[in-house]
Design a protein around this ligand. Structure first.
Ligand code: FES
Length: 306
């Protein structure tokens, strides 16, 4: 028998093939699970897209998708690709019966392995096809049929009845501020939510409403008014309240908003008023949200629709 030790580099290929040689089905299982995970992530991506998207989950699913395909391919190459030729020492098969038995066993094994590998290959082709299809989804966003901006772009944690609290999560009582005072407030339990930060000002001792909107008097118990602190220009925090002039000032580009006129823009590049949070006072004199914000907070976005 010829000596192939110099061809096969036994130390290297033996090491490479050790796992596959000992547990080929385990290696196939790992590859199959990787492709399966990648396939599932494609379906989750498609579902998320139909729900108007969610960037964090989409990012995670893309990681699983590309990671699953990549790991599966690497595992296949490392553990399942033969690096032969291989030589297996065996006794010389003298009888015909033994030769036939060996031939049958060999053939059975070959068919089983080929069947499993071809299944893995189909999985690989399938997941790549699905991935190609799912990556076409965003093209629909260029048409009217695509998902509309929504979700977190429209909503905050301010809900009807939400208790108004300061940065220390302490409820704000009707007696907390004097006229001319201001305070950054949050909905109870969400003092870390920057999108929810709201500037509370006390403009008078009695309810106030913008000109021509007497119905909004009920939004300002005892002269308390609340406006989103996220500037409608570029999102800077609008934190400066000029009590003497009843104006709010954004420090970034000096947009100025009229507190007594529904935070209408009186100066600067801000394209629209600061959204107002409707307030009410509960039976114990604490301020609560009458409802959430009725419009998106912060800068405009391309499909806000007005
Ligand atoms: S971010 Fe407020 S004026 Fe520009």
């Amino acid at each position: 028998m010829s000596d192939l030790s110099d061809v096969n580099e036994p130390e290297t290929w033996a090491e490479h093939m050790a796992i596959a040689a000992r547990h080929p089905r385990r290696a196939e299982l790992v590859v199959g699970l990787s492709f399966l995970l990648a396939t599932l992530s494609v379906f989750v991506l498609g579902w998320i897209y139909t729900q108007n998207g969610q960037p964090q989950i989409e990012g995670m699913m893309l990681f699983v998708l590309f990671g699953g395909i990549g790991f599966g391919m690497a595992a296949w190459g490392k553990w399942l690709m033969p690096k032969g030729p291989f030589v297996e020492e065996r006794e010389v098969l003298t009888s015909e019966t033994n030769q036939e038995r060996f031939s049958e066993t060999f053939q059975r094994g070959r068919v089983a392995v080929e069947g499993r590998r071809s299944f893995l290959l189909k999985m690989f082709i399938g997941v790549n096809g699905l991935m190609g299809a799912i990556l076409l989804f965003p093209l629909r966003s260029l048409t009217d049929k695509g998902p509309k901006a929504g979700g977190p772009l429209y909503t905050t944690q301010w809900k009807a009845g939400a208790l108004v609290v300061d940065e220390e999560n302490r409820p704000v009582h009707i007696s907390t501020l004097d006229v001319g005072g201001s305070l950054t407030v949050f909905p109870h339990g969400y003092t870390d939510a920057t999108d929810d930060q709201t500037l509370l000002v006390r403009a008078a001792t009695t309810p106030v409403a913008p000109p021509g909107r007497p119905d909004l008097e009920k939004w300002s118990p005892a002269g308390y008014l609340a406006f989103s602190k996220v500037c409608t220009h570029a999102g800077c925090p609008v934190g400066q309240y000029e009590a003497q002039f009843q104006k709010l000032l954004c420090p970034c580009h000096e947009s100025t908003f009229d507190v007594l006129d529904g935070a209408a823009v009186v100066f600067g590049p801000a394209p629209r008023p600061l959204p107002q949070l409707p307030l009410m006072m509960d039976d114990n004199g604490y301020l609560r949200a009458r409802a959430g914000y009725g419009e998106p907070i912060g800068p405009g976005f391309w499909s806000r629709g007005g």
